[in-house]
Design a protein around this ligand. Structure first.
Ligand code: UD1
Ligand code: CA
Length: 456
């Protein structure tokens, strides 16, 4: 849409958030609010997207796409003042300008399209996206005359009790004819409860000029929810999470308890994978079909094949094959490649290691910087001693090797194919194929020592 420019306001600190982070950088389901808005706007193919930054502008700019233009509002003197800063950047070729706020992350591309189409097809000089809210507290109210024409928007703080009873609210999303917006912006004053230049005062200015103000109503009040407080942030996140889960269930994923499940929109999951309660799946994670994940699992940026069973465990930045059993209480740290049919049991930590197929690390072990072959058995309480205080070194355990309980493998070291290591050994030199390595003190037994001491 060449004739359309978009202005997104994102300069405010967000005082009501009580945070050092600019409001629009707070994340909803893993993505900054401002980027939800930018991404939803991108679907309109506007000729330009301008973001008005202010409080901590460098931090805000740092998360924005290069294609987005920015302009700085040095002092946050109100939404009208913010639009004023952006106007010099708006292309003269733009017939229409969409203005929206960076703190309404749920608004969909479809709703924005609906608003713009409505505006273009009407004789309105400005169209406001409105909605009826059960609890309109905090929002600007839309005033209409007896014929139903919009005459003003009055802010909650400036509204009298009668006006506060109005349930139709201003979403903060508007489509303007560019030339009227320019004129309207020039007319704004700051004589109100907040001492700010309200963008919404343009309505009265245009009305007095005889311009028709359109109201495009959407029925989904949730879509236009503005985030002003941390509580509202949580409400918006819950709504977005729920819609992510519904989309996954529609694609065939089984989710036992949506109320206690959190899955980001970037995550891909195959059909008939079952997600049990208390599970969080984040980032670029891709999961195949027929897995059982949870209860109590957190997965970030991992790929998983199919048919895995994972419970009460944390997995980060790693690849898991198919048919593995992981947990309870396993920790797969970044850089792992755990191939098919492996067993990682309780209280096992694996870091920056590769395990080929069908190996077992069943209990209480640390596998750090290891290359473990196929069919290896790592006993209970084995430690890959990977750090000498200065550097990390690798431990190689080749196919079919058997590492007994409570063994230390002091890296760099190699346990060759089908070798055995006796329980309790501290291994500092390579072990040859088919050998048994044993490193422990001799057992001494003092006969009748207990009786001689008079203990029994
Ligand atoms: C605003 C609307 C209100 C509407 C509500 C919808 C006005 C005057 N009020 O109120 O009618 O119902 O949104 O969510 O517009 N901003 C700037 N520079 C400023 C001030 C604000 O860029 O000087 C940005 C903020 O960063 C924020 C957005 O504009 O992203 C909205 O500001 P906010 O203070 O949250 O307005 P509301 O009080 O919610
Ligand atoms: Ca707001």
């Amino acid at each position: 849409m060449k004739e359309l420019s978009v202005i997104i306001l994102a300069a405010g600190k967000g005082v009501r958030m009580k945070s050092n982070l600019p409001k629009v950088l707070h994340r909803v389901c893993g993505k900054e609010m401002i980027n939800h808005v930018v991404d939803n706007v991108k679907g309109l193919s506007a000729s330009q997207i301008i973001v008005v930054t202010g409080y901590k502008q460098d931090a805000v700019k740092a998360v924005l796409d290069e294609k987005v233009e920015t302009v700085w509002q040095e002092k946050q003197l109100g939404t009208g003042h913010a639009v004023m800063q952006a106007m010099p950047l708006v292309s003269k070729d733009a017939k229409y300008v969409l203005v929206l706020y960076g703190d309404t992350p749920l608004v969909s591309t479809e709703t924005l399209k609906g608003l713009i189409d409505y505006h273009r097809g009407s004789s309105c000089g400005m169209t406001v996206l409105t909605v009826e809210m059960d609890n309109p507290e905090g929002y600007g109210r839309v005033l209409r005359d007896s014929a139903g024409k919009i005459t003003a928007i009055v802010e909650h703080k400036d509204a009298c009790p009668d006006q506060r009873r109005i349930r139709e609210i201003n979403s903060g999303i508007y489509c303007f004819d560019r030339e009227l917006l320019l004129e309207g912006i020039g007319s704004l004053k700051n004589d109100n409860a907040q001492g700010e230049y309200y963008l919404t005062d343009i309505v009265e200015f245009l009305r007095d000029k005889g311009i028709i103000i359109g109201g495009y109503r959407t029925d989904d009040a949730r879509e236009v929810m503005g985030v002003n407080t941390k509580y509202q942030l949580s409400v918006v996140q819950k709504i977005m999470n729920r819609s992510n889960l519904i989309r996954l269930m529609e694609d065939g994923v089984i989710i036992d308890d949506p109320d206690s499940t959190y899955i980001e929109s970037s995550v891909v999951i195959g059909a008939d994978t079952r997600i049990l309660p208390g599970t969080h799946i984040e980032g670029s994670t891709r999961i195949g079909p027929d897995n059982v994940i949870g209860p109590g699992v957190r997965i970030q940026n991992c790929t998983l094949g199919s048919g895995n069973e994972i419970e009460f465990s944390v997995l980060r930045d790693s690849d898991i094959g198919s048919g593995c059993r992981i947990g309870p209480y396993a920790h797969i740290r970044p850089g792992c490649s755990i191939e098919g049919g492996n067993r990682i049991g309780n209280f096992v930590e694996v870091k920056n290691s590769r395990l080929e197929e069908h190996s077992k690390v069943s209990h209480l072990s640390y596998v750090g910087d290891g290359d473990v072959g196929r069919g290896v058995n790592i006993g209970c309480g084995v430690v890959f001693v990977n750090y000498d205080g200065r550097q990390k070194h690798r431990t190689i355990v080749e196919d079919g090797a058997f590492v007994g309980c409570n063994v230390n493998l002091v890296a760099p070291v190699r346990v060759k194919k089908d070798a055995y290591i006796a329980a309790g050994s501290t291994i500092t030199r390579d072990v040859e194929e088919y050998s048994l390595a044993i490193e422990r003190g001799q057992q001494v037994e003092k006969k009748d020592w207990v009786k001689r001491k008079g203990l029994r």
